[in-house]
Ligand binder design. Sequence first.
Ligand SMILES: [Zn+2]
Length: 483
Amino acid sequence: MKYKIETNFNNNYNKYQCTIIFVNKKYNNPTNIYNNIINEQINKYKFIKKKYNIHKIKSNINKNQDIFLIEYNKKKLKYNILKILITKSLKIIKKKKYKNIIFLINNLNDKKLNWKLFNIIHITENLIYKYLTFKTKKKKILNKNIYFETDKINILKYKKIINNSKIISSGINKTKNLCNTPPNICNSNYILNKTYKYIIGKNTKISYLNEKKMKKLSMNAYLSVNKASSNEIKMIKIKYNNNKNKKPLILIGKGLTFDSGGLSIKSSLNMHEMKYDMSGAAVVWGIMYIINKLKLKLNIIGILCCAENMINHNSTRPGDVIKSLSGKTIEIINTDAEGRLVLCDTLTYIKKYNPSTVITIATLTGACLIALGNNISGLISNNNKLAKKLIKSGKKTKDIIWQLPLYKKYNKYLQSNIADIKNCSNSNYAGTITSACFLNFFTEKYKWAHIDIAGTAWNKNGATGRTVYLIIKFITKYIKKNK
Ligand SMILES: [Zn+2]
């Protein structure tokens, strides 16, 4: 879609084949910005107080123009209502003859125009997203010219809002593309190439650790995960520094481009969905894409922990003991608990950057899905202030995360007879908490939060892009402003 601003609707009235107006009995407030014909139509309209009602009017000036009043009978225009109104609008504007569509949204004075502008674009781009790369018969993605009528005075501000919303939506949709790409194509090198292609800017530096470098450093926990894969292992680092004096915020994403479970093999039911086990890395990728495009003033490092958990004669065995980068030894109990192995060495590795805050994002535990379902992500942190800020950012972006305790007594589930720690508890209890207990064993003195997106990163329709916007909100609200 193309989104533009119209400041002279009265004179350009004929340009539009379709006009959409959201009306509400309480807040309907035609202003003199509209032309008289439109105002007359709104005034004539009899509210029928149905939850939602679509009323079509033929323009008596321009035969080629249709006007739609979409009535909503709610007190406030909240996000969920706006989403329904846009879903209904999209059904209308699908028609071929509508090329230029204008939304008259200035009459709804119950919410700021800024909020409406941002969210109409944000919701639309999310709703029209389709992953069509492998369809030989291509359906078309809806592409129209969408105009918003505003005043002239604040035009620069509105343009900025539209631009920001477009960039954030594009980052989320590119994240979804990366997640949806099949695992025979999307491997570590594929992600690295997409990073070079899309995340370019004068504040951005991309580098990576390959197998040779990781061996030299003794990142044995990370390396153990990829031992049976014919794809190369890559830890990709995206450094963005537009505020040299600040300690970096570090985001770490789990990037298992396929997770068979290894010798502790998963059941075949839904194993194809294990291509989404790189969603944490994709989310970090999307966030870095957006930050780079928005040129935010901050110091941040995004790390994509890419690997593939496969099976062959080199596979890591349950029972193996590995010496991690930290020097601590790990007894492998279950080779399907591999995400924490790539993350633990990374948590040690990043110490050298002296981070202010570290956030790990990972499809880490099936237990999170059992605890919170597929609508809520899990959150665990060693710092309550940080957790609260993330929860608030989730509420603001309609991306709910729920805090579970970092309950140290459960460390006992990870006690090993022969090594410093086990990679996995033998019990079925509190799997999400014990996974965080494991990671916490490797975190240093920095503030750390962990988001488990195993339940929310994808659904039956494909990748969701969840947590990208949440973290962007967190960054712009708290990190940029140094709160
Ligand atoms: Zn696994």
